[in-house]
Ligand binder design. Structure first.
Ligand SMILES: N[C@@H](CCC(=O)N[C@@H](CS)C(=O)NCC(=O)O)C(=O)O
Length: 206
């Protein structure tokens, strides 16, 4: 049985949990906040969440975990069979992670947890996040999923990063960065109804 470590409030934890549900794999959730303790670093070298344990071996980084799940249980597939379409799916996922999610994270603690942020980080987020969203919008094909008519791991990254980025940006700058991207908003609404994602949301409060 796969063990999933982390906290339900984490968007990356939620993403991996949704992937496990999509794959119809049995898993056990183990509450484990991020920490620099030895035990936590053994699971995830940066002490972050999520991580998984399979037969005594640990794996961290959501992207690695989801790709492991894809190899382990190829169907239902989270990557298209066509090589270039699979490449485009991974490309989009990378842009979401690097140019949307990580940019929004510069202001995450200030926006959601009352932390402070430098004027420089604030200004760079204000400038860079719309650029990241523009790049992501350019790559999405909205067919109706992020890439074509198949639900893929890019949809998981889209759902769990766009929501967080939108919330952070709204709190910091009092504007919705998704307003300029109605198709992205429609995609997010569609994905919210996906049974795996809806289950993760329903269980996140417990
Ligand atoms: N790139 C990592 C990011 C994981 C990550 O940033 N997790 C956050 C929670 S959503 C965390 O553990 N933060 C605590 C910390 O940075 O120490 C992944 O995709 O799994």
């Amino acid at each position: 049985m796969i063990k999933l470590y982390g906290l339900k409030l984490s968007n990356y934890y939620s993403l991996v949990k949704a992937a496990l549900i999509e794959k119809e794999l049995e898993f056990e959730e183990i509450k484990a906040p991020p920490s620099q303790e030895k035990e936590s670093l053994a699971r995830s070298p940066m002490g972050k969440m999520p991580s998984i344990e399979v037969d005594g071996q640990y794996l961290s980084e959501s992207f690695a975990i989801v790709n492991y799940l894809e190899k382990r249980t190829p169907t239902p597939a989270l990557l298209p069979a066509d090589p270039m379409t699979a490449g485009k799916t991974l490309e989009l996922s990378c842009h979401i992670m690097l140019n949307v999610e990580l940019v929004a994270r510069r202001c995450l603690y200030a926006a959601l947890f009352g932390g402070s942020v430098s004027d420089e980080a604030k200004a760079s987020t204000r400038e860079d996040l719309p650029r990241g969203l523009q790049a992501v919008n350019q790559l999405m094909t909205y067919g109706p999923y992020a890439i074509g008519d198949q639900f893929t791991l890019a949809d998981l990254y889209a759902y769990y990063s766009l929501g967080l980025a939108g919330t952070v940006y709204r709190k910091m700058f009092d504007a919705n960065p998704l307003d300029d991207f109605p198709q992205m908003q429609a995609l997010t609404s569609l994905l919210a109804e996906r049974p795996s994602i809806a289950r993760v949301t329903a269980e996140s409060a417990s």
